[in-house]
Design a protein around this ligand. Structure first.
Ligand code: SF4
Length: 365
């Protein structure tokens, strides 16, 4: 068939959309119908239980989130893409370094991948020979990416609440393109968590009240990135050296370990762009604690790290300093304890108390 001939049935449209998505650099693509998923009731209850914490924007646009047609009335299909962003193995952190989640230290994935999704929309328009109503989102729109990914057969939602693909694992960025085109949906895949509970047991802050349910208010990804106020005292020690996000529940997942296939080829160099810049692979706490707002702005330019704000990153670094057992950080911490910012001063005093007490049993860290 001539690749320029517009498909004339939903199955062919779905096949062409998947092909185009892979050609544009995505590692997975599946099709979901543009309608509420089985996850909608789960989300309503999750918000009602208070697990969204201060992310009240989730609850505010709940009705839109559960039904893609509330976002785009003409939507009939959702192309869901998966893109592998990180290798499973990474070198251990050197002493004195802080940990940054694997997705965050390079070019902002929203910008890189939403451009790819728009290119997918353009390619579908070219194929249709007319303009189409479409919307592209990568983690930024009022749509439930994970639920749609599960419905589209891109993976299953694991007990750690991440979407997992049997071959690629769960280090995946998800993207969605809502389209007015009719496409045959893919079948969901089975849940392969089985009796495993490694993520639930390894979570440093015990953030899973039950399998598949994440209490975001205890999750280090929430406390270090979304939360603007105090990090709860009871959770600070469990933060360890993490200053932006947490990867533990994915690191321990067997689907990311020996079972995960080699990372797919990346002819367009997208993974290179998203990969962490050298200064963010193992930033020292001393450097983080001395970052002025201008330094921070320069160092985080065009990265997803911006989301935590300058003050949030300093707050997180103070907690990590308090957990480090490293007396060399005392001058940095004292400076913040004596500063005018009450939030930072409080976290600095917490860190000082711990540092002045000497290294914890078993040594620093
Ligand atoms: Fe599922 Fe085990 Fe992976 Fe958790 S660690 S998501 S239980 S397979």
């Amino acid at each position: 068939m001539d690749p320029r001939t517009p498909p004339d049935d939903p199955q062919s449209w779905a096949a062409r959309a998947r092909e185009l998505a892979l050609a544009l650099g995505f590692d997975r693509a599946g099709i979901a119908p543009a309608e509420p998923t089985a996850h909608s009731a789960f989300l309503r209850e999750w918000v009602a239980r208070g697990y969204a914490g201060t992310m009240d924007w989730i609850g505010r646009r709940l009705e839109e989130r559960v039904d893609p047609r509330r976002v785009l009335a003409s939507a009939r299909s959702v192309v869901v893409t998966g893109f592998v962003y990180a290798p499973h193995d990474r070198p251990p952190l050197p002493p004195g370094a802080a940990e940054v989640s694997r997705y965050a230290g390079g070019e902002d994935y929203h910008d890189v991948l939403v451009g790819r999704l728009r290119a997918l929309g353009d390619a579908l328009e070219a194929l249709a020979g007319r303009s189409l109503e479409q919307r592209a989102y990568v983690d930024t729109g009022p749509v439930l990416e994970r639920a749609l990914a599960a419905r589209a057969g891109v993976g299953w939602i694991g007990k750690n609440s991440c979407v997992i693909d049997r071959e690629l694992g769960s280090w995946l960025f998800l993207g969605v393109l809502l389209s007015e085109l009719p496409m045959e949906p893919d079948a969901p895949v089975a849940d392969h968590c089985g009796t495993c509970r490694a993520c639930l047991d390894a979570c440093p802050t015990d953030a899973f009240p039950e399998p598949y349910v994440l209490d975001a208010t205890r999750c280090i990804s929430y406390t270090t990135i979304e939360l603007r106020g105090d990090i709860p005292g009871a959770l600070r020690e469990a933060h360890g050296s993490r200053v932006f996000g947490c990867d533990v529940c994915q690191e321990v997942c067997p689907w990311n370990g020996r079972r995960a296939r080699e990372r797919p080829a990346d002819p367009l160099g997208l993974r290179e762009r998203i990969a962490a810049r050298p200064e963010w692979r193992a930033p020292t706490l001393a450097w983080l604690l001395s970052l002025s707002e201008d330094d921070w702005r320069a160092a985080t330019r065009r990265t997803a790290l911006r989301r935590a704000k300058h003050r949030g990153l300093l707050r997180n670094a103070l907690v990590a300093a308090g957990n480090s057992g490293d007396p060399a950080l005392l001058p940095h911490v004292r400076r913040h304890a004596e500063g005018n910012d009450a939030l930072l001063a409080d976290h600095a005093r917490w860190a000082l108390t711990r540092l002045e007490a000497g290294p914890p049993a078993g040594g620093p860290g």
